[in-house]
Design a binder for this molecule. Structure first.
Ligand SMILES: [Zn+2]
Length: 116
């Protein structure tokens, strides 16, 4: 792959920043929901529901931030775009769709089949 990673890196950093803001916003909303005083029972369930949704959402976003951090680290180490499993280059097309892929499509499929 001859593509300049500086551009990829910038993209990842931008995405990381955006995710970080989203996570923060989720936490803010969670806190606001939690400080709503004592809602009646009808409201209570919707508050719990919203908090669960937000909690799950922020967990997913944090996972994504971790993925991005790992990708940035691999760019720095010169391991970016190389499959962790078979050490073959991951197709540029795949890296474009999923910039923080750690496995080539074959290995990823194998891993998913084995239930990890
Ligand atoms: Zn592989």
């Amino acid at each position: 792959m001859t593509k300049d990673f500086a551009e990829v890196k910038k993209q990842l950093l931008d995405e990381r920043q955006a995710l970080f803001k989203e996570v923060q916003a989720s936490y803010e909303t969670c806190r606001e929901l939690g400080q709503d005083g004592v809602p009646d029972i009808g409201d209570m369930s919707s508050v719990t529901y919203s908090r669960d949704v937000l909690f799950n959402l922020s967990a997913t976003q944090k996972q994504r931030i971790n993925d991005i951090d790992a990708a940035l680290e691999r760019i720095d180490k010169g391991e970016y775009g190389v499959c962790l499993e078979c050490e073959e280059k991951i197709s540029p097309r795949r890296m474009e769709v999923r910039p923080f892929s750690r496995y080539c499509i074959d290995c990823k499929t194998d891993i998913e089949k084995s239930g990890q």
